[in-house]
Ligand binder design. Structure first.
Ligand SMILES: NC(=O)c1ccc[n+]([C@@H]2O[C@H](COP(=O)([O-])OP(=O)(O)OC[C@H]3O[C@@H](n4cnc5c(N)ncnc54)[C@H](O)[C@@H]3O)[C@@H](O)[C@H]2O)c1
Length: 267
């Protein structure tokens, strides 16, 4: 059996995923959903990487077994919610969107209405399996620290009252809950939201954001403690050339989620 996929978004993640999925016998990208202004560029990508896919502005009502989102909050509203309500399972990459008040509940309700499931990928962060399993035994504290070079925080509240270019030592630019972090730093919300949803939730997950002139990569650290014991995980992710804000690991995580839909043995 071949799983027919509708891919929502064909930017850095979508394109890199299409490249990796070309050889997958059990998965076929049947449709690529993008806004009208992205049709021409997406048709070029489709011709090269997914010749059988139609480029469309909405998920086709028939002939789709699985929807994969890599496009953002608005696309989840426009395409994922209706697909779930129709009963089509969905895989979501823009997990940061679930930081918006009531949005996670909205997605869950749509999946319940369609008697299907929505899967959030781990994306750029690891140990989500350990964290979600540890939650079953009870978690006491979960802390996420995001460390980036100072220039990566340009255009954020981190610029208020400080000259990012003049920093000579690691500087904490935010400390608070994951919910507050998502409001103030929405473009950095994916990892904090994923850690929160797997662990203690947006209000009880502590977030620290650091501008560090001594690092060149984006460094993510998760520390968790609970009945299971404790762990500390640090990731130094390489960015995608097509979008330096997105880690290559996010693409691999999405492809893994899709392959696990058809693999006889999954891990
Ligand atoms: N979970 C994670 O760890 C993680 C990591 C990185 C990025 N992301 C998220 O994944 C998403 C995609 O990232 P990217 O780097 O590929 O971004 P990108 O900007 O390169 O590509 C976005 C694509 O979505 C399309 N798009 C935008 N609005 C749309 C809509 N309403 N309907 C359909 N398509 C629409 C664009 O045309 C484009 O093709 C972002 O929301 C980003 O926040 C998640």
């Amino acid at each position: 059996m071949t799983v027919r996929i509708a891919l929502i978004g064909c930017g850095a993640i979508g394109t890199a995923a299409l490249e990796l999925l070309r050889e997958d016998a059990g998965l076929s990208v049947a449709a690529i959903v993008v806004p009208a202004d992205a049709f021409a560029a997406t048709k070029d990508v489709a011709a090269r990487l997914a010749p059988g896919a139609q480029v469309v502005s909405a998920v086709p009502a028939e002939g789709i077994d699985l929807v994969v989102e890599a496009a953002g909050h608005a696309a989840i509203e426009a395409h994922v919610l209706p697909a779930l309500q129709r009963g089509t399972p969905c895989v979501v990459a823009s997990v940061g969107a679930l930081s918006a008040q009531g949005f996670a509940e909205k997605l869950e309700a749509a999946a319940v209405a369609g008697k299907t499931q929505v899967q959030l990928i781990a994306g750029a962060i690891g140990a989500i399996d350990a964290l979600a399993a540890a939650r079953i035994g009870g978690l006491d504290t979960v802390r996420y620290t995001g460390r980036k070079p100072p220039h990566a925080w340009k255009g954020t509240p981190a610029e208020q009252g400080r000259d990012l270019g003049a920093l000579t030592a690691a500087t904490v630019i935010f400390e608070g809950s994951a919910r507050e972090a998502a409001t103030l730093y929405p473009k950095n919300a994916n990892v904090a939201a994923t850690v929160s949803l797997a662990g203690l939730g947006l209000d009880r997950t502590s977030v620290r954001l650091i501008a560090d002139p001594s690092v060149t990569e984006n460094v993510h650290t998760v520390e968790a403690e609970g009945a299971f014991g404790n762990f500390e995980l640090t990731m130094r992710n390489k960015p995608l050339a097509a979008n330096p804000k997105t880690s290559a690991l996010t693409v691999y995580s999405a492809v893994r989620a899709l392959r696990n839909r058809v693999a006889a043995l999954t891990i």
